[in-house]
Ligand binder design. Structure first.
Ligand SMILES: [Zn+2]
Length: 419
């Protein structure tokens, strides 16, 4: 998912949550990745009718299977898509600007551009415009598409940054690191989501710096995506790393590593993806996809692959750890996560299980404000098309309801004012 700065505070996230749960799950199992070879790319062992009938045959090898890539699932694109390996004549006018962007990346004298372009050819990614209300870009590992907003307020440079972001998600899919384990805790889901999103966001910054270094400042000046503050910081970091004698790729990776950690200081960004994770985890719980704890956790090894661009360039390879605070100053969000995790233990282990009882006792001791909230009601409201609240907003709504209905404390009745 890619976000636009000016829209950030206005955007509900529900649509993407719905999209991912419907697009990435089938019969309760996440099937978007299929069988992955040891080098991280799926073998091309099947060819569906749709692929045979499209303009460009898939590559013989190193091609990912997208289970949703059939005419029904891709109907929204109709013929309005571009693929990097196509010629200008093959691409319809409706997707030409997206094709041009991929050529710009592929032909650039950068490390990342040709790597992203090359991957998009091997992985046979479709790029198409789409009407979007909550994000400006969306990767789907189910059908191997990158959707970019058709809102014409955005420049071509802006869209190129989005295509970079979403193509990085494509690489993450191919490397299997966006695959959630259903026995994970909500905090593991959170780490997985945020590592992938931070890497995709930082990838945008790095390609902008690379073009700037090649005397093409347009991407770095794209204010809708890179604020003046971020641009200033990037230029400062870039100047600092270039002061040594290390090779260019090492300098670029150093900025990438530092920016990865800086991303976790953006409170709005943390709130957005925490809300997304909260919504997603609740949906998984509702659908009975979550499993009891198995001891498996999201690994640092996966986070280190989140910024993998090519065998020669991975700006997260040197991560020392995942940031420890993924909530920033949002204590309500932290409490909501604690409560939802406790609800997961109750559902998967049983309410009487000692692990669940201990978790509940801990929440009580910490005076968790969501204790007692009915998760059935939470997901009912989240699934209601008329609902405008985000996941935390819905949790807050029911916590307030609970408070309103509390019995008056004994001996203190006169002080309770009922509305
Ligand atoms: Zn994203």
């Amino acid at each position: 998912m890619a976000l636009s700065n000016p829209l950030k505070r206005l955007l509900p996230y529900l649509l993407s949550g719905t999209f991912l749960t419907t697009a990435m799950f089938f019969g309760g199992t996440r099937i978007s990745k299929g069988q992955v070879r040891s080098d991280g790319l799926l073998p091309h062992t099947e060819t569906c009718d749709f692929l045979r009938s499209t303009r460009l045959p898939p590559a013989d090898s190193d091609t990912i299977i997208y289970y949703g890539r059939d005419s029904t699932h891709l109907a929204f694109l109709q013929d309005n898509y571009a693929r990097t390996a196509e010629t200008e004549e093959q691409v319809p006018d409706t997707a030409l600007t997206l094709w041009e962007n991929m050529q710009t990346l592929n032909d650039s004298k950068t490390i990342m551009g040709p790597a992203l372009g090359g991957f998009s050819i091997k992985a046979n990614i479709f790029y198409g415009y789409s009407k979007m209300s909550n994000t400006v870009g969306l990767w789907s590992s189910y059908d191997g598409t990158v959707k970019i907003t058709n809102n014409n307020r955005y420049s071509q440079n802006y869209r190129l940054l989005c295509q970079t972001h979403e193509t990085i998600h494509g690489i993450q899919s191919a490397n299997k690191i966006d695959k959630d384990d259903m026995s994970w805790s909500i905090w593991d889901f959170q780490r997985a989501c945020m590592a992938d999103e931070a890497a995709a966001q930082v990838g945008e910054y790095l390609i902008a710096l690379e073009f700037y270094h090649d005397s093409i400042p347009g991407l770095l000046n794209e204010k809708a995506d890179i604020s003046a503050k971020v641009k200033g910081r990037l230029l400062q970091e870039w100047a600092a790393v270039q002061a040594d004698t290390l090779p260019y790729a090492r300098d670029l990776a150093a900025v990438g590593k530092s920016e990865f950690y800086t991303q976790f200081k953006d409170q709005w960004w943390l709130d957005f993806y925490n809300n997304w994770t909260l919504n997603y985890y609740i949906r998984c719980m509702k659908n009975n996809w979550l499993k009891a704890p198995s001891g498996k956790t999201y690994s640092l090894e996966s986070a280190r692959k989140s910024g993998y661009i090519s065998p020669d360039f991975n700006f997260t390879a040197g991560l020392d750890s995942m940031p420890s605070n993924l909530f920033g100053t949002n204590t309500r969000m932290k409490q909501a996560f604690d409560y939802v995790e406790c609800a997961r233990l109750g559902r998967t282990l049983g309410e009487k299980d000692s692990v669940c009882l201990a978790a509940k006792a801990r929440l009580k001791k910490e005076k968790n404000i969501y204790l007692g909230v009915d998760m059935n009601k939470v997901w009912e409201k989240l699934a209601d098309p008329a609902n405008k609240l985000d996941a935390l907003g819905v949790m807050d709504y029911f916590a307030a309801e609970l408070k309103k209905n509390l019995p008056a404390p004994v001996g203190n009745k006169s002080k309770i004012r009922r509305p």
